[in-house]
Write a protein that binds this ligand. Sequence first.
Ligand SMILES: Nc1ncnc2c1ncn2[C@@H]1O[C@H](COP(=O)(O)OP(=O)(O)OP(=O)(O)O)[C@@H](O)[C@H]1O
Ligand SMILES: [Mg+2]
Length: 315
Amino acid sequence: MQTKNPNILGIFQQKGGVGKSLVSSIIAEYASIKANMNVLIVDLDMQCNSSDYWVGMESSPQSTGGQLPPIHPDWIEGDEDYEGIEQRSTIADTFYGKEILAYETFVNPKNGFKGKVDCLLGHPALLEKINTEFSNESGNIEAKVINRLKEVLFNEFVGGEYDLVVLDTGPSRNPVFRSAIRCATHAVIPFEPEEKSMQGINAMIQVIQSDNFSRDDDEQLKLIGLVPNKVKISTKLHKGTLDMLHESLSSIMIPRDLYLPNSVAFPERDLKGIDPKSIFQISKHHTALKHSESLCKYLLGEIFSEKELNSKLAK
Ligand SMILES: Nc1ncnc2c1ncn2[C@@H]1O[C@H](COP(=O)(O)OP(=O)(O)OP(=O)(O)O)[C@@H](O)[C@H]1O
Ligand SMILES: [Mg+2]
């Protein structure tokens, strides 16, 4: 039986703070809460913002990055099912050839959702170790790191269980970032319509193009487009910058009316214990919700066929 390849959406931008983690969470929430899909989010950034948002990291002042992933709630010492799996199981273990366990998040059927979001957590110290241990010169970087994520995420288990995998990446082009580029099937590049944030765009386009040279024609990484974030549409600067981009980069800009506005509703979701947590659970009339909905519907429409998406939405 032929298994379907997974849909893996990578969120890439080497500029920090432009909304990679935000866009990855919004799309995961839309896909699971509105489109009833099963989503796997993978935190490949050693800052672990996604892990903290989705599952919660433990404070650990002595550890690198000051945080540790929590012990997996299902993990049982000595149980043969968990043999060889770390009790704080993270995506970092995969680069050491170990098996990994995803964590459940607040979006799951027990909480009344039809879809779910599971998360493969990051590990600040281990991800940093991988990025420093494997330099470009070391001979086995391709096999051990760059191709490794693809091997794991393309396996039957992931392809069968999840409709969509979302990769949140960090703001530098290290080996773990390169593994994400290698395995993504689709990509978006978030940016703020300001000079400093846009400087990273060309570099990201080049990285995607260069990976596509090594791919077969039917396995090309599809750049869905540049996603404007933190947009203050009433300002001359933002409106002018977006107009300019729609003219000069029209083939890779998403449609003109799609962007995420600058809104406190987004950072509010990071507050611990906030309820409702998802932007898709707040008032239908909220601007942040309306923009998030239109944007995500468009992005999923670039990944799934119209028929597939409509049948998920109608579930
Ligand atoms: N549209 C928005 N309106 C208001 N605040 C936003 C918006 N988008 C992102 N933010 C806030 O800006 C900060 C940076 O966003 P985010 O963490 O998503 O960026 P990032 O690209 O993942 O950063 P890093 O490169 O550090 O991983 C966060 O505090 C986030 O809540
Ligand atoms: Mg981030």
